[in-house]
Structure formats: structure tokens, C-alpha cells
Design a protein around this ligand. Structure first.
Ligand code: GLY
Ligand code: MN
Ligand code: MN
Length: 472
């Protein structure tokens, strides 16, 4: 990786990261200590790495974006950073390093050392602590590494050293903290959402104007428009691999932008958004390639939009995470019967469609997920105060017995997506006019006391508005 520009560390941010560390330290228990590595650099192929992306937990606590760094935090609030040492020769090749000498003042940690000394420093830092916390799930091999350091402490027990007797999953603590976003985070998320919305506008306009000009338009042309807009506004990456799906490709949920031609009369589904300053956004729009919905496309589009409106209306503090999904499914179930996707004679009424999960043929994913630094952000989907309330139900399609726990109660500052869809693969009994139509509409919402704030409405969502934009 190459970093030729000296990064700017905003001194106003130092206190925000310090406050987060203090909140975490208070949860480590007497004598506890936490170890938080950043992400490793990952080779792509010979001499070439994937673009470097820091670890989200580590960044949340430090704001530090260099690879090769570790944070160790004690329950007393002492933060020790281990980072790459200054190295003139390496910096010529790879770019600027902050170095431990500057890290204390710049990042507001209490101590900093070279990460070259990690295996010497860590056993010392772990000695005489009661419990060690580290992320269990996100860093392969970390548990073995911690075990190695603990073994070094154990080798010293005859000299009076105490070895931590307990290990805890640090993700459990940090996931809860990250689930509710602070004002600083919300401001970045809003900016990311606004840039991504602009990128969707640009892709819609490019699609219709290129088709009008008689050009050969491919999915990758529209992806190029999106990426241009992200970078143009200072976003470092796409938050996830962009989906640009022409026509039937929209029915492949994890499709990515390929080279399929975009044709008059077909829909284009774009699920793409940028990451900005370490925070994601996540937008899907579906639009007619040439700017005019056909009758069947419009019928299904309006149905998905109605289901999204119902889900948005159900997104507010005090509601449950599942409520938007249930609201969307209720609208979709009724609509699938009304437009004839599901046969009333075969499937009964909307409640029957829900009870038997018949809608699943055309809507097979959930209506949202947490979003934050990671596009599928961390945080339990079960209400922590009710984990003991287990109920069982038999799944109508698989016959499997499923254990349910009450879903999470929403609080102001939680951020989630609202993204219903309909995907119609050709099948016996499915009206031909709907075959190969895939539609999803996705926006990002901040939960507020009495509703939610949509951060991604800089791109139109009403069918008429999309048509007007694309004509313009
Ligand atoms: N773009 C990923 C998702 O919508 O969940
Ligand atoms: Mn998405
Ligand atoms: Mn999403």
C-alpha cells in the first residue's frame, strides 16, 4: 500500500475516541484488560495488496488508520498503542508512519511503543490482570496468539506473577456501544448517504442519456459512474461490491456489475454506496433503463415502494427491529395477491400468504440490517433484556422448529436499512408479464424518538420522479 500524504489527525476527535475508550474501560471489570488489533494487510496477488482497510473496532477506539497497530486498554483507562515504528527507508516505499513517539500526543493514548516489541510488551501488560478481553470472531489466529502470551505469563507464576483466569469476547461489549451512533458518527453517515444518493442520480441519468444517444450501455458503464461520484466526493471506497444488474440479473441477489448490456424496456437494479471516513452507506434503486416503466414493471415497483413506506412508518424508537419487516411483508403479501403474482384460489388471503410464507418465493430476504462502520454492522438483533424469552414455531416451508427470541427494541441513534424487494424468476403459474423482474428499494434510516430520518433520499424513489429525472 502507498500512503504518500501525511494523514491529518483532527485534535477535536481525540477526545471522542478517549471517551469511547473510557466507556469501554468501565465495562472491563476490576483488573480487566482488552486487546484490540487493527486489520492485517491482505495480499491480492504477487507484490500487490488489497486496498488497506483498518479494523472497525480498532478505528472506533483510536481513529488510527495505519496497519500493524494494536490497542491495549486497561480497566483503569490506561491506553497503550503499539504501532509501526518510524522507518525512513520503509516510508519511502510505503508512505508516512506516525510512529510511537508522536502517537501519544496525536492520538491521546497514555503510552505507545513499537509493534516490533509486541511479543515482549503483551505478556508484561497481561501479567497480574484478572481477565483478558479480545475479539473472538474477527481476527483468525488471535486466540492462539493470546494463548502464547498467557503462557509466557504462566511461566512466571513461580515468581509471583498472576495470569488472567478469564477470557471474554470483546465484541460483545463493543457491538453494544457501536449499535447506538453518536452525533459525530451520524454526521459522517449523513454525508456518506448524500454522496451515494448523488451517485445513483448520476447512474440513472447516464443510463437514459446513453441509450438515447444510441450507445452500447453495459452494467460496468453505470458502475463506473457510481465509482466516479464516490471518489469525486472524497469517499475512499465503495462500502461493498457494487451490484448493477440489468433485467433478469436483478433476480440474482448477490449479482455484481458485469458486462451485460442494458436495454430499452428493461429494469436496472443498482445496489451500491460509498464508504466515507470509515462509515458505510447502502442504497438500492431500481429504474427503467430508458426512463419509462412498463405497466407490469410499474405495478411491481409501486408495490415494493408501498411496502417500503409501510416499513419506514414502522421504524421508530420503541418499535422492534422486526416490525418494519412485518409491515413490509403484510403489504407485499396483499399486493402479490392483488397483482396476480400469487393466485388467490391457491393461496387464500394475505394472512394465509404470511402464515404459510408463500410470499417467500418472491421475497426471500429480510427488510433491513444494522448499518454503521460496517455495511452489515454489528449489534445483537435480539433484545438483550429478553434473551431468556424463547418461543418455538414450526417453519411452514421447511417444517423445521425455529427458536425465536424477542427482537431488538429500537432506540434513537440506531441506524438500519429499509430494503424490501420482489424478485420474479420464471416458474409454472407465475404470470409471464412479471417474469425476470427484480426490484429492490433501499434507504438508510436513523431511528428517532417519533420516527426515523432517511439519509439517502437525495435520489428520487417515486416512479414518476425517477421517470422525470431520467427524461431531464
Ligand atoms: N448492499 C448490501 C445489502 O443491501 O445488504
Ligand atoms: Mn444494499
Ligand atoms: Mn442493505
Amino acid at each position: 500500500m502507498h500512503r504518500d500524504v501525511v494523514p491529518q489527525y483532527d485534535s477535536r476527535m481525540t477526545s471522542i475516541y478517549a471517551q469511547r475508550r473510557a466507556r469501554l474501560a468501565a465495562q472491563l471489570g476490576a483488573g480487566g484488560i482488552a486487546i484490540v488489533p487493527t486489520a492485517p494487510e491482505r495480499p491480492r496477488n504477487r507484490d500487490s495488496d488489497f486496498p488497506y482497510r483498518h479494523d472497525s473496532y480498532f478505528y472506533y477506539l483510536t481513529g488510527f488508520t495505519e496497519p500493524g497497530a494494536w490497542l491495549v486498554l486497561s480497566a483503569e483507562g490506561e491506553a497503550t498503542l503499539l504501532c509501526q515504528p518510524k522507518d525512513v527507508e520503509r516510508e519511502i516505499w510505503d508512505g508516512y508512519r506516525l510512529g510511537p513517539e508522536a502517537a501519544v500526543a496525536t492520538l491521546g493514548v497514555q503510552a505507545a511503543h513499537s509493534s516490533a516489541d509486541l511479543d515482549i510488551r503483551l505478556p508484561r501488560l497481561l501479567e497480574n490482570r484478572s481477565q483478558v478481553w479480545f475479539p473472538f470472531a474477527t481476527h483468525g489466529g488471535l486466540a492462539a496468539r493470546v494463548e502464547g502470551w498467557l503462557n509466557q505469563v504462566r511461566a512466571r507464576v513461580r515468581y509471583g506473577a498472576l495470569c488472567p483466569a478469564q477470557q471474554g469476547d470483546l465484541c460483545l461489549l463493543l457491538d453494544e456501544m457501536r449499535l447506538v451512533k453518536d452525533e459525530h458518527e451520524l454526521a459522517i453517515l449523513r454525508r456518506a448517504g448524500s454522496i451515494s444518493a448523488g451517485a445513483h442520480v448520476r447512474a440513472m441519468q447516464a443510463s437514459s442519456s446513453m441509450l438515447r444517444a444510441g450507445e452500447d450501455v453495459r452494467e460496468y458503464h453505470l458502475e463506473a459512474e457510481l465509482l466516479h461520484e464516490f471518489r469525486q466526493h472524497g469517499s475512499e471506497f465503495a462500502a461493498y461490491t457494487s451490484i448493477v444488474a440489468a433485467g433478469a440479473n436483478a433476480c440474482v441477489l448477490h449479482y455484481r456489475a458485469g458486462n451485460a448490456p442494458i436495454r430499452d424496456g428493461e429494469l436496472v437494479l443498482i445496489d451500491a454506496a460509498c464508504e466515507l471516513d470509515g462509515y458505510a452507506s447502502d442504497i438500492t434503486r431500481t429504474f427503467p433503463a430508458d426512463g419509462r416503466f412498463s405497466g407490469p414493471q410499474r405495478a411491481l415497483y409501486d408495490l415494493v415502494l408501498a411496502s417500503q413506506k409501510a416499513a419506514i412508518a414502522a421504524t421508530r424508537a420503541g418499535a422492534r427491529f422486526n416490525d418494519p419487516h412485518d409491515a413490509a411483508v403484510a403489504v407485499l403479501a396483499q399486493g402479490m395477491l392483488d397483482v396476480g403474482l400469487l393466485d388467490k384460489n391457491q393461496h387464500g388471503n394475505a394472512q394465509d400468504v404470511i402464515d404459510r410464507r408463500a410470499y417467500f418465493q418472491f421475497y426471500m430476504h429480510r427488510t433491513g440490517h444494522w448499518m454503521g462502520m460496517d455495511v452489515h454492522d454489528c449489534g445483537s438483533y435480539v433484545e438483550p433484556t429478553e434473551v431468556g424469552q424463547v418461543s418455538e414455531r414450526k417453519d411452514p416451508l421447511s417444517g423445521e422448529i425455529i427458536k425465536n427470541r424477542p427482537s431488538r427494541i429500537l432506540h434513537p441513534g440506531m441506524v438500519l436499512t429499509v430494503e424490501p424487494g420482489i424478485y420474479v424468476r420464471p416458474a409454472p403459474g407465475v404470470p409471464e408479464q412479471f417474469h425476470n423482474i427484480g426490484i429492490r428499494i433501499e434507504d438508510d434510516a436513523i431511528v428517532t424518538a417519533d420516527g426515523c430520518e432517511l439519509m439517502t433520499r437525495g435520489v428520487p424513489v417515486e416512479a414518476d420522479e425517477i421517470e422525470a429525472l431520467m427524461r431531464g
